[in-house]
Design a protein around this ligand. Structure first.
Ligand SMILES: Cc1ncc(C[n+]2csc(CCOP(=O)(O)OP(=O)(O)O)c2C)c(N)n1
Length: 527
């Protein structure tokens, strides 16, 4: 007869067989069969959390760092709901998160009994599959999944929870490793090649999976068209791409398309961050687009030619000959020089601070928070460096769970820096909990404290959106026993820092606004 412990063991064995190496465990009473089995019996690396939201986002970071599925195990009730934000991000970023929730027996559903909620279906669209296991239904296999979305495994345990002896040793079957390589198709290669035969495109490159960066770098270096390389592509500042790389920001992209120097766009990787992408819905809706991503999301409501195999693009032997780009590249360089002058003129602006921060990071690892950091990186980070690893959570663009994802993503092979907004930081204050369990202590968190959500200042120009405050972060650092630094100008910035620290940067709001106004003015004058 099956027992709770046997059922839990079956689930864990299937994880092991699938190639899961790491589990984020959020202990409670209902999931005690899992907790006891994970107390030294299974060869998983187990991270312990008291808070499920952080656990979910940390797990996403681990998926990105290890390229393997990672499991999070929660108890029942609202604990399960705390995983929803990570499930959403996992869906749009196509990260294989396995969410395992413990539940009371099925007969309790709808009863309102303590810590009993309707768990099955709680993740609605944001899962590829649900398993609802109990003593009668013990069939559990992860074999035929595509892994393009998270998975929910709900496991009902009956009373008493510990209904058999905890084994002292277990035998494990062989690993059956999951691969995430998307199927390539000859048809895709042919269709992609024919687009290049009839078009003179501009390439916009968003988030690329780490393993695609090198082959994509080679491909783009032979392509011969202007390249807009966003930070999370990992190719911004790549030495082999410099001659074609655009640094003039959104406005140069608009100019290239408006003047029809390029007659189309090839969008590569994740949905682009640049605001120009939204223009393809209206102002630029006639521009043909070839979209090649790592999942099926295009980020547009209109139909475009879309392929989900980056490998097929890399294999297409294509080259673009467009002599008209020479002039445009010169305009880009001129605009870039103007922007460099602005950085010098307004050294206390956010952009100048981001530039100086990027010069501290050089070629280390960097994780960018949503909202302004990821945008300001694209505008202002030094073009002379290409970080070893760079990432941002651009699936659903949430400002939640960013620090936890950064911790999951950090690796010991280099210094790991991060750049977050102040509200984004406040969203994830319990994230440092996990640090004592991590393999690396190479962690430097940069916070741009501009006293609120300043991205809204530029969209609405109304205070009500900003959530302005005068909070500073030294006490947060103290709470977690991290060293803390305050930088208010680029002169104060240094790499002479402890291995692990929090750095609060306080830019001058007025200088930031003036820099942006002058930059807008530059493009208004450029007719
Ligand atoms: C979970 C979530 N809630 C709300 C938002 C909407 N939102 C986008 S940016 C932002 C403000 C971010 O402020 P901050 O982190 O200080 O960065 P800044 O805009 O100043 O760069 C908010 C609330 C979101 N993206 N995600």
């Amino acid at each position: 007869m099956t027992t709770n412990l046997k059922l839990a063991e079956k689930v864990l064995v299937e994880l092991l067989t699938t190639g899961v190496k790491e589990i984020c465990l959020c202990a409670g009473a209902r999931n005690s069969p899992f907790v006891l089995l994970l107390d030294g019996l299974f060869p998983f690396k187990v991270y312990h959390f008291f808070e499920e939201r952080s656990a979910g986002f940390f797990a996403l970071g681990r998926v990105a760092a290890t390229l393997r599925p990672v499991a999070v195990i929660t108890t029942s009730g609202t604990a399960v709901g705390e995983l929803l934000p990570a499930a959403i991000e996992g869906t749009y970023s196509s990260l294989p998160l396995i969410m395992i929730s413990a539940d009371r027996p099925k007969s309790y559903r709808g009863s309102g009994a303590p810590q009993t909620i309707d768990q099955v279906g709680i993740f609605s669209y944001y899962i590829e599959a649900t398993f609802d296991l109990d003593m009668e239904n013990t069939h559990f296999s992860l074999k035929s999944l595509s892994w393009r979305k998270p998975v929910h495994v709900n496991v009902c345990f009956q009373e008493p929870l510990l209904d058999s002896e905890v084994p002292t040793a277990l035998d494990f079957p062989k690993e059956r490793r999951v691969t995430f390589t998307r199927p390539q198709s000859e048809n895709d290669v042919v269709a992609i090649s024919s687009f290049f035969k009839t078009h003179r495109p501009l390439a916009i490159v968003g988030t690329l999976p780490e393993k695609s960066r090198e082959p994509m770098g080679k491909f783009l270096s032979h392509l011969g068209c202007p390249l807009y390389l966003e930070g999370p592509s990992g190719l911004r500042g790549h030495p082999a791409l410099k001659s074609c790389e655009l640094f003039g920001g959104d406005s140069i992209l608009r100019k290239i398309l408006r003047t029809q120097v390029c007659d189309s766009v090839v969008r590569i990787g994740g949905v682009p961050t640049t605001r120009v992408w939204r223009d393809f819905e209206d102002l630029l809706q006639e521009v043909p687009i070839l979209s090649v991503g790592y999942n099926h999301y295009t980020g547009l409501s209109r139909q475009v030619q879309h392929f989900t195999s980056i490998e097929s693009l890399v294999r297409a032997e294509v080259q673009v000959h467009n002599s008209a780009t020479v002039e445009l590249m010169a305009a880009d360089r001129k605009a870039h020089r103007f922007f460099e002058e602005l950085l010098k003129k307004y050294p206390l602006s956010e952009h100048a601070m981001v530039r100086a921060y990027s010069e501290c990071i050089k070629n280390d690892n960097v994780f960018l928070g949503n909202s302004l950091p990821v945008r300001e990186w694209d505008m202002a980070a030094s073009p002379d460096y290409c970080p070893k690893r760079i990432a941002a959570s651009r699936g659903a663009n949430g400002i939640d769970g960013q620090i936890s994802t950064f911790f999951g993503w950090a690796r010991p092979d280099a210094m790991n820096w991060a750049l977050f907004g102040d509200l984004t930081t406040m969203y994830d204050l319990s994230a440092p909990w996990v640090c004592s369990q991590m393999e690396t202590n190479n962690l430097r968190i940069g916070i741009i404290n501009n006293s609120g959500g300043r991205i809204f200042e530029r969209i609405f120009r109304k205070d009500i959106f900003i959530n302005a405050h005068d909070i500073e972060f030294s006490h947060w650092a103290k709470m977690w026993n991290w060293e803390y630094f305050l930088w208010q100008s680029p002169q104060e910035m240094t790499t002479d820092l402890p291995q692990r620290c929090m750095i609060e940067m306080r830019p001058n709001l007025e200088q930031t606004a003036t820099l942006l106004n002058e930059w807008d003015q530059y493009w208004k004058n450029d007719v």
